[in-house]
Design a protein around this ligand. Structure first.
Ligand code: NAI
Length: 251
């Protein structure tokens, strides 16, 4: 069954750049009507203006704030949408690499937990169902030895996101996206960071190079649109394409 994005309302964190921006653009292209875009990058309003020009008639609301600030994040999740449209798509996507351990856990794990609980609370209040896509990483499934804290945070996101399959009774799904290295500013930043070193570059090469953004967006859209995906953890690699992760004890 298909969960069409046309006419719906969505909230995406980390929407100013990379995967968040590409996923926003893809949903707007499919007729998404309202987008709440959240990012600490001050360029977000300019990005939103571009999107409004590209997709005339859509409602795009920006929140320039840090996902680790619960008050700002809660305000974004409380945003009323045009005509009382319910919020039915959420992506906790904002993430960082290469930061100190406390900041990494705060952005890459704690904020995803906050965003998921705020999203679920809104879905339950509006009783229109919904889907959450939490953006983890292949580092949520395998060790990325040059950044153990990022690895820990992303493993946390995978485990956490798999805990809500029972909510399907209320028409709510929580899924998780696990791309390998994708061609985005985050990765460019890492590649240029001397701490990343040869191990990081080798890891990229061993996985067949940087993944084209369209493959990651296609996996994202599958997690939103395909209602069979409930508690799914979707991997994206150049070697194997888009593939759901099988876990021990999976039925
Ligand atoms: P990006 O750097 O292009 O975009 C991330 C966005 O999040 C930026 O616009 C940034 O300003 C925003 N952001 C960062 N910290 C924030 C905070 N504290 N509060 C609000 N906004 C914040 O990076 P990319 O690659 O698009 O990353 C998106 C997600 O995908 C992240 O969770 C990342 O860990 C994950 N990911 C990325 C991969 C890659 O190779 N690019 C691979 C696997 C996962």
């Amino acid at each position: 069954m298909s969960f069409n994005v046309a006419g719906r309302g969505a909230l995406i964190t980390g929407a100013a750049s990379g995967i968040g921006l590409a996923a926003s653009r893809s949903m707007l292209g499919k007729g998404l009507q309202s987008l709440v875009a959240y990012d600490l990058n001050p360029s977000l309003p300019d990005v939103a203006e571009e999107l409004r020009k590209e997709f005339p008639g859509t409602e795009i609301i920006t929140h320039v704030a840090d996902v680790t600030d619960p008050t700002s994040l809660q305000a974004a999740f409380a945003t009323p949408l045009d005509g009382g449209r319910p919020l039915t798509i959420v992506s906790n996507n904002a993430g960082i690499g290469g930061a100190d351990w406390e900041k990494t856990l705060a952005v890459d794990l704690s904020a995803v937990i906050m965003g998921t609980s705020m999203g679920l609370a809104r879905f339950k209040k509006e009783a229109a169902g919904g889907v959450i896509v939490n953006v983890a990483s292949m580092a949520g499934l395998a060790p990325m030895s040059f950044d153990p804290v990022y690895t820990a945070a992303k493993h946390g996101v995978v485990g956490y996101s798999r805990c809500f399959q029972h909510l399907i009774k209320k028409g709510i799904r929580v899924n998780c996206l696990c791309p390998a290295f994708t061609d985005t500013p985050l990765v460019q930043g890492l590649v240029d960071d001397p701490k990343f070193g040869p191990a990081g570059k080798m890891a990229i090469e061993s996985l067949g190079g940087l993944i084209p953004m369209e493959n990651v967006v296609s996996a994202f859209m599958g997690l939103v649109e395909n209602e069979d995906n409930n508690g799914a953890v979707m991997t994206v690699t150049n070697a194997h394409g888009i593939m759901p992760m099988k876990f021990p004890l999976d039925p």
